[in-house]
Design a protein around this ligand. Structure first.
Ligand SMILES: Cc1cc2nc3c(=O)[nH]c(=O)nc-3n(C[C@H](O)[C@H](O)[C@H](O)COP(=O)(O)O)c2cc1C
Length: 178
């Protein structure tokens, strides 16, 4: 039985939901999976050596991955590198297939370039538009970006671009890394 840890950063809960789906899929395959917020891992500590596979994921906001997430992976790069590992990232640009690859996704590419941790695998996952639950300021900013990139601009729209079957396939694939 493999022991998998999903360490994630999520602002509005979507990356947490993806992390939970990864864990549920791994458990359904008969393995053990735990999920932990990177904030908790950073403050309380986590023994990474207990796990056979490390999956780390974060959502993008205003072109950046969360500072705690970036600092955590840099600080623990050697420990993460010592295990089979994968990085998944949640972005809205990945709703377009050509931006759902490492080569096509500028955020994922920059992360890999700048991070001390060099993920063995990178998975780009499309996120969620959730205007009603965003602050007025955030909604206006995303509305602007969406109008430039031909996405939804109606502020009543909630649209989940995540391909959940693909997330489950990714989870099963991560099991094969160990
Ligand atoms: C304030 C804000 C800024 C965002 N900035 C970007 C961005 O720069 N590029 C992008 O592709 N998606 C961007 N997104 C989309 C989020 O990555 C997407 O909504 C994701 O599902 C959020 O995940 P979370 O719920 O785990 O925080 C942004 C969303 C918000 C609310």
């Amino acid at each position: 039985m493999k022991n998998v840890l999903v360490l994630y950063w999520s602002h509005d809960g979507h990356t947490a939901r993806v992390s939970r789906t990864i864990c549920e899929t791994i458990r359904a395959e008969g393995h053990n999976a735990e999920m932990m917020s990177v904030i908790e891992a950073d403050r309380e500590g986590v023994d990474l050596s207990r796990f056979d596979v490390l999956i780390l994921g974060a959502a993008i906001r205003y072109g950046r991955f969360n500072k705690t997430f970036v600092q955590f992976v840099n600080k623990h790069a050697a420990e993460i590198d010592a295990k089979p590992n994968s990085f998944f990232n949640i972005t809205l640009i990945a709703r377009k297939p050509e931006k759902a690859t490492l080569e096509g996704n500028v955020y994922a590419r920059k992360f890999v370039q700048n991070s001390l941790w060099k993920p063995r695998e990178v998975k780009c996952i499309a996120g969620k538009v959730d205007y009603p639950n965003w602050s007025w300021f955030d909604a206006v900013q995303i509305q602007l970006i969406m109008s430039m990139t031909k996405g939804p601009t109606d502020r009543t729209v909630v649209r989940d671009y995540t391909d959940w079957d693909d997330v489950r396939a990714y989870a099963r694939h991560c099991l094969t890394l160990a």
